[in-house]
Design a protein around this ligand. Structure first.
Ligand SMILES: Nc1nc2c(ncn2[C@@H]2O[C@H](COP(=O)(O)OP(=O)(O)OP(=O)(O)O)[C@@H](O)[C@H]2O)c(=O)[nH]1
Ligand SMILES: [Mg+2]
Length: 371
């Protein structure tokens, strides 16, 4: 009798064990399937290169208009934009070298005293003066010297739209959202799906902060990266780092890219280089000469002063000819790098570029790793 009960108990336990095993097997298979259907793309580059803006474009492109941003996100964006406006105005006022006309000083002081968080509502009452002062020669002159005091790239865009932005019912448009400047401090993931070779694939795109203090966190995201997209702000050839006023931004970007290309983690990853902010480079070459900061440009075979095409192809050449300590090229026969000239705030441009990335790099990744 006892043996019979004992056998029944064992049978029951074995049954439960088998069921548990089957469940684990099924879950493992599912995880494996998800893993095999997922491409991990890591965005790297120095501060203000445009990484977070690129991620925003992915959201705009891969979701329906009404689902892109929640009400809460839109409210957050509105506050960030107003913070950007106050910060830009104050930077311009603090760095002006010419006196403002009599009658302007009093109002200018009120703007200088605004608190980025508490006084956002006051922008509406000051909007007429803000328009006047922004158009005044003293601030326009200061704006032209903006590279000397790290004015955010979007300052002009927001100041030109002050009427709309300060309005009570202001809801940011996608273009407003793409122009926001907020430094990234954490690791952010954005997941979306694309159709590749007729199949739906999951993409996990990872965005990190690019300033030097943030670069220490990069190692945590190096695992299993199938595509590394390195962004460089191509217009920054005459600017210094925010975190080190002695260091040229383009030089820093090339050095960081070189370090990554030497890193064993990326030996098997595909690499794309986005020379971003091409719109700002186009503007800048008209008044600032690349050869003043990178004298080697004069010897470049396609050298042409004040010329956008010539400047961007030299910047690309600087990235493509990086070497290791022994003078061996890091890019060439063993490793190719896909490069694109981008404007991360232009949705049509990013749509085209991402389509090219899909049909070249991602299709190749699927063929090699995920079949
Ligand atoms: N005009 C123009 N502005 C751009 C472009 N790409 C980015 N920006 C702006 O440049 C600023 C910085 O862009 P972010 O996307 O925040 O840069 P990031 O690489 O994420 O910077 P960190 O988070 O500090 O590493 C934002 O105000 C963007 O709107 C571009 O191609 N053209
Ligand atoms: Mg960012």
């Amino acid at each position: 009798m006892f043996a019979k009960v004992w056998r029944a108990m064992i049978r029951k336990e074995l049954n439960e064990l088998r069921q548990r095993n089957e469940k684990i097997e099924r879950e493992l298979k599912k995880d494996e399937q998800i893993l095999h259907n997922t491409i991990k793309i890591l965005l790297l580059g120095c501060g203000e290169a445009g990484k977070s803006t690129f991620i925003k474009q992915m959201k705009i492109i891969h979701s329906s208009a009404e689902d892109t941003w929640s009400k809460e996100q839109l409210e957050n964006f509105r506050d960030q934009i107003r913070r950007n406006v106050i910060c830009s105005l104050q930077l311009l006022l603090r760095n002006k070298t010419r006196d403002l006309p009599i009658g302007f000083e009093n109002n200018a002081r009120k703007l200088e005293d605004l608190d980025e968080d508490r006084d956002q509502d006051k922008l509406h009452q000051h909007r007429v003066f803000i328009k006047e002062i922004w158009q005044h020669q003293a601030l326009q002159e200061t704006f032209r010297r903006r590279k000397d005091f790290h004015l955010p790239d979007s300052a002009a865009y927001f100041l030109q739209n002050i009427d709309r932005i300060s309005g009570q019912d202001f809801v940011p448009t996608n273009q407003d959202i793409l122009n926001i400047r907020v430094m990234t401090t954490d690791i952010h993931k954005y997941e979306f799906q694309v159709k590749l070779r007729g199949n739906i694939k999951n993409i996990t795109m990872v965005d990190v902060g690019g300033q030097r203090s943030e670069q220490r966190k990069w190692l945590h995201c190096f695992d299993d990266v199938q595509l590394l997209i390195f962004l460089c702000a191509s217009n920054e050839f005459d600017q210094k780092l925010l975190e080190d006023s002695a260091k040229n931004r383009l030089e820093e970007s090339i050095e960081v890219f070189t370090k990554l290309m030497k890193h064993p983690w990326f030996k098997k990853s595909s690499i794309a280089l986005f020379l971003n902010k091409k719109d700002l480079l186009q503007e800048k070459v008209k008044y600032s000469q690349l050869e003043d900061f990178f004298p080697g440009f004069r010897e470049f075979k396609n050298y042409k002063p004040y010329d956008y095409d010539s400047a961007i192809s030299y910047i690309q050449h600087l990235f493509m000819t990086i070497e290791d300590e022994q003078g061996k090229p890091l890019i060439g026969t063993e490793r190719s790098v896909y490069s694109h000239h981008t404007c991360a705030t232009d949705t049509d441009n990013i749509k085209t570029v991402f389509q090219q990335v899909k049909s070249s790099i991602l299709e190749k990744i699927i063929r090699i790793h995920l079949l």
